[in-house]
Design a protein. Structure first.
Length: 162
């Protein structure tokens, strides 16, 4: 049975493209166009989660941060690429009492060459918050990958989870 995957693009990215095409060929994918600045973003995301009921959330950058917020609320597995857990240009209007929790199955992919969301700061953030690879998260650093994720890297990271 095909999985249902919610794909959340980054802040300045488009909502379609080759990654969504790959997902559509291998699972049921919902890849909404995200406006992370909208005032009702949290209610919008909750409605998406309730209506679509994904088995997996995949997100990139701001979409990765958002995926972690949702995964903590719904305990939905996530795969995130260079998640904006820190160093965001802004924080979407999520309720103030929402804590960044990780689902029971969380995979974080960091591009070692990322100059937008520093992989070193992400690792330090995770360590400072008490998360580690012995906990509920798996962290993988990809040599030569920057902030934008080439399709080949994307496929290599998600294919076993679809």
């Amino acid at each position: 049975m095909k999985k249902k995957v919610l794909y959340l693009h980054g802040l300045e990215s488009n909502h379609g493209g080759e990654k969504v095409g790959y997902l559509a060929d291998n699972c049921y994918v919902h890849a909404p166009k995200m406006d992370y600045t909208r005032k009702d973003i949290f209610a919008h995301l909750i409605q998406i989660m309730e209506d679509f009921e994904p088995d997996l959330i995949i997100g990139s950058s701001m979409g990765g941060y958002t995926a972690h917020v949702l995964s903590g609320l719904y305990d939905t597995p996530t795969i995130t690429f260079n998640p904006a857990l820190h160093s965001r240009k802004f924080t979407p209007k999520f309720p103030k009492n929402i804590k960044l929790l990780f689902s029971s199955k969380t995979k974080i992919i960091l591009g070692e060459e990322d100059t937008v969301i520093s992989p070193e700061l992400t690792l330090r953030y995770l360590s400072d918050k008490g998360y580690n690879t012995h906990n509920q998260i798996e962290v993988e650093q990809v040599d030569g990958m920057g902030h934008r994720i080439p399709l080949e890297n994307f496929i290599n990271q998600v294919m076993n989870d679809l």
